[in-house]
Design a protein around this ligand. Structure first.
Ligand code: BG6
Length: 486
């Protein structure tokens, strides 16, 4: 019997402004943390800590630098000037949904401005109109690694409570402006990633807090984002009846390395350290185990009287997540091989292959993740990131990326198993970097995820012309048949 995805399943692709748009100093845009993120092409791409370490001196240098080849997110894929042809190509593939983000610094260049930048608002009006023209539903992330750098320099980023009000002002403006165009929203991309890259997610730089426990600063900033996220959900629901607001979690999936109870316990704890953030946003309260961590580690998180009520009152409507790989957990890691993943390093699974960047490929892990999330939350899921970062070669105007097709093929089959056999409710799927964009962790353009090739190298050289890869036509068929061709 032919199997198909549920009717109305939202197939599409995803990008984020900081990795796709470029145009960093056009249209009245202010600088974001990502515009100041330098690539480190000389550093091992698997060393995330070194790749993403940011000091105050780095930012000073970035602000002075006019050499955009060092700061790849400043040009990115130049979506700012190419979005019309890109959306046309998405439409050709049959996209039903396009996940993208609004760059906060395009709307409020400094973050603390009192009036929004009309040119920035107009830009997204045009982008949404273009989507709607082709019947593509926009799914918009309000904050995807895009805090204005001004907030880092003048308020210490999300460590400051004042930033909540600034974010709320931004959300009020975008919800009011786009209320007739955007129904699906995500508040913070991978809110949990504050732990792994506090600068990109929260605008935090460790050396600005010489007298503080930096872990405490990170959780304080995250608390502010939780409150801001709940308020954003409230605003969205009030301004846009019928709108759906989701949280967005990095779905890290851990298996016990052996069946030794110590390893099983370790895996459980690693999984909890992933779930604690979505638990907070779905149930509207901090889970007991996160509060225990605060207590046990002496982390003193300042909360105002109403914060917990606000979080409780405005939980999210659905659970979105990124899924790329899985890892293993062991009580003692001595002598065990390690593998990198989405900004983590963990015990390597000997049964799994890996991508060119060492991320272990595990389609069954996607099914396991979907089942776990659905059983835990009983809220609809949305897979908003998944895909293969690979080295592509453009030959005769195309890329023969059969390896990418193979990756998607097995993941889609497991997705369907989760939906059909395990009864998971899933609203849709947006592949990450549906058009080549700058990598978040390594800032390389050569780590490509797209169905569409963008002619640009790690230093930003190239024509920025777009070319459909072999996977472009394959994905078109998948969407056309709603998965029946798999
Ligand atoms: C996700 C992020 O965690 O992983 C994206 O939300 C990122 O911004 C994606 O691009 C893939 O990671 P990378 O490092 O390969 O770009």
């Amino acid at each position: 019997m032919t199997r198909q995805f549920p009717k109305g399943f939202l197939w599409g692709g995803a990008t984020a402004a900081n990795q796709y748009e470029g145009g960093w100093n056009e249209g009245g845009k202010g600088m974001s943390v990502s515009d100041c993120a330098r690539h480190h092409l000389d550093v091992d791409v698997q060393d995330y800590k070194a790749q993403n370490a940011v000091t105050s001196k780095d930012i000073e240098d970035a602000l002075k630098s006019t050499d955009d080849s060092l700061y790849p997110k400043r040009h990115a894929s130049d979506g700012y000037h190419h979005y019309k042809e890109d959306i046309k190509m998405f439409a050709e593939m049959g996209f039903k949904v396009y996940r993208m983000s609004i760059a906060w610094s395009r709307i409020f260049p400094h973050g603390d401005d009192t009036e929004p930048n009309e040119e920035g608002l107009k830009f997204y009006d045009d982008v949404f109109d273009e989507c709607i023209k082709y019947g593509i539903e926009p799914l918009v992330t309000m904050s995807h690694y895009e805090p204005p750098i001004h907030l880092t320099l003048n308020y210490d980023g999300w460590a400051s409570r004042e930033v909540i009000d600034m974010f709320v002002r931004y959300v009020e403006v975008i919800c009011e402006r786009y209320k007739n165009k955007v129904k699906y929203w995500l508040t913070f991309n991978e809110v949990d990633s504050m732990i792994r890259h506090p600068y990109t997610t929260g605008g935090l730089i460790e050396d600005r807090f010489p007298d503080r426990n930096f872990t405490e600063v990170i959780f304080q900033a995250m608390h502010h984002q939780f409150v801001a996220s709940a308020l954003a959900t409230k605003i969205c629901h009030e301004k846009i009846p019928g709108s759906m607001v989701g949280c967005m979690l990095t779905k890290l999936t851990y298996y016990p390395y052996t069946c030794k109870p110590e390893d099983v316990l370790q895996a459980q704890q690693d999984m909890r350290s992933t779930y604690c953030y979505s638990d907070t946003q779905v149930f509207g309260e901090y889970p007991a185990y996160l509060l225990a961590k605060f207590r046990n580690e002496g982390l003193n998180i300042q909360m105002e009287k109403d914060d917990l009520n606000i979080m409780k009152k405005y939980p999210v409507d659905f659970v979105s997540f990124s899924y790329y790989m899985s890892s293993c957990s062991a009580k003692s890691v001595e002598g065990l091989d390690t593998a990198v993943g989405n900004t983590i390093t963990a015990v390597k699974n000997p049964y799994l292959p890996a991508s060119d960047w060492g991320w272990q490929i595990d389609p069954i892990g996607l099914r396991i993740s979907m089942v776990d999330l659905y059983d835990r939350y009983r809220k609809p899921l949305f897979i908003v990131e998944n895909g293969l970062g690979a080295k592509d070669e453009l030959i005769d105007g195309t890329v023969d990326d059969q390896y990418r097709i193979n990756y998607f093929d097995v993941h889609f089959k497991e997705m369907l198993n989760a939906i059909e056999i395990d009864g998971v409710e899933c609203l849709g799927y947006t592949s990450w970097g549906c058009i080549d964009i700058v990598s978040e962790s390594t800032k390389q353009m050569s780590k490509r995820y797209g169905f569409i090739y963008v002619d640009c190298d790690d230093l930003g050289n190239g024509t920025y012309k777009r070319y459909p890869k072999k996977s472009f036509y394959w994905y078109k068929k998948v969407i056309e048949t709603n998965g029946a061709c798999l």
